[in-house]
Write a protein of this length. Structure first.
Length: 326
């Protein structure tokens, strides 16, 4: 009986939706309410399977490329941001656009443009192929070199070591990013940093909460999708903080009984694009197996909100019809 009463869950706070994700998801919902289906969305609005499926049921149509959107339609750009060429493609196809790019990603885009205009070499720390990296790189492709982790630093060369700056993808591990920055500074002592931290506040807060619980948890369950960079990082942070095991799941149905063998303390958190209903499902699953005692591990208070995209205040159906000459 003692083992049962000792079982507990450490629940990270904050977890789940960040302000940028909340804004992007609401933007698609509002567009469907105001303009009716279909509303097209380029790429996944946020990297979460459940969110995408829920919006599809409401009438959102997800496409990989702008060319797949019928002329004269409404298209939403995802929270991860897009390169200028995508805006050009949308204009060519006479699409009415809603830009749901997270304002923190927009900040990095603006930094890239500014430093490129000043003829700096920009070392962008991030993961190759991630939509956010593709979008940022597209702002100044001739000035930007991608650095995919500390091991990539040896391959980096610049034109002028006195004019080098680093920027980063917003959803990375804080620790790994600083490890990469340290390696870059060793190689380029005059490397300058962006005016303010590029890694988003929500990513940092969720990682801090996991670090606080990591050494106390035998197992850390991260709710999130496998293509969600910040969710994948949370698994890495949990293991780095001392958790014996950590697993990434989309839904409670993916949890395995065997993971609980020898476990008395389970940490639970979720990535920044995960709705709370999915965390509730995991907590219910754990409670049914004797893990009903839940303690909150609080790393920060979050009060940041972002206003919705300005395009939602216009009649986009009329604009789309006008653009396509109907």
């Amino acid at each position: 009986m003692t083992a049962t009463t000792a079982r507990r869950v450490l629940l990270a706070a904050p977890r789940g939706y960040c302000a940028g994700v909340d804004r992007a998801v609401i933007a698609v919902e509002k567009a469907l309410e105001q303009y009716g289906a279909p509303v097209y969305v380029r790429k996944e609005i946020v990297h979460n399977k459940y969110v995408v499926q829920t919006l599809e049921k409401k009438g959102a149509v997800f496409v990989d490329e702008t060319q797949e959107v019928p002329e004269g339609s409404i298209v939403v750009f995802s929270a991860h941001g897009v390169a200028p060429v995508v805006h050009d493609e949308a204009a060519q196809r006479k699409l009415a656009t809603i830009d749901a790019t997270c304002p923190l990603v927009t900040k990095v885009h603006k930094e890239a443009v500014r430093y490129a205009n000043d003829d700096y070499d920009i070392l962008l720390i991030g993961h190759e192929g991630h939509e956010e990296v593709v979008g940022t790189s597209g702002e100044a492709p001739e000035h930007i070199t991608l650095v995919d982790g500390p091991e990539d630093v040896a391959n980096v060369s610049v034109r002028d070591e006195s004019k080098v700056v680093w920027l980063s993808q917003t959803t990375l591990s804080v620790d790994e990013t600083m490890e990469t920055v340290d390696a870059l500074k060793t190689k380029f002592p005059q490397l300058i940093s962006p005016p303010s931290d590029d890694i988003c506040y929500a990513t940092q807060n969720r990682q801090t909460a996991v670090k606080q619980m990591g050494s106390d948890a035998d197992l850390v369950i991260v709710v999130g999708s496998k293509n969600s960079s910040n969710s994948v990082r949370l698994v890495e942070v949990a293991l780095g903080a001392g958790a014996r095991a950590s697993h990434l799941v989309d839904f409670a149905g993916e949890l395995e009984e065997a993971w609980l063998d020898g476990v008395t303390t389970v940490g639970v958190t979720s990535g920044a694009s995960v709705p709370e209903i999915l965390v509730d499902g995991v907590l219910d699953w754990l409670a049914a197996r004797g893990f009903g005692d839940v303690e909150i591990v609080k790393a920060a208070e979050e009060s940041i909100t972002f206003s919705l995209p300005k395009e939602l205040r216009r009649d986009l159906r009329a604009e789309a019809a006008e653009l396509s000459g109907e």
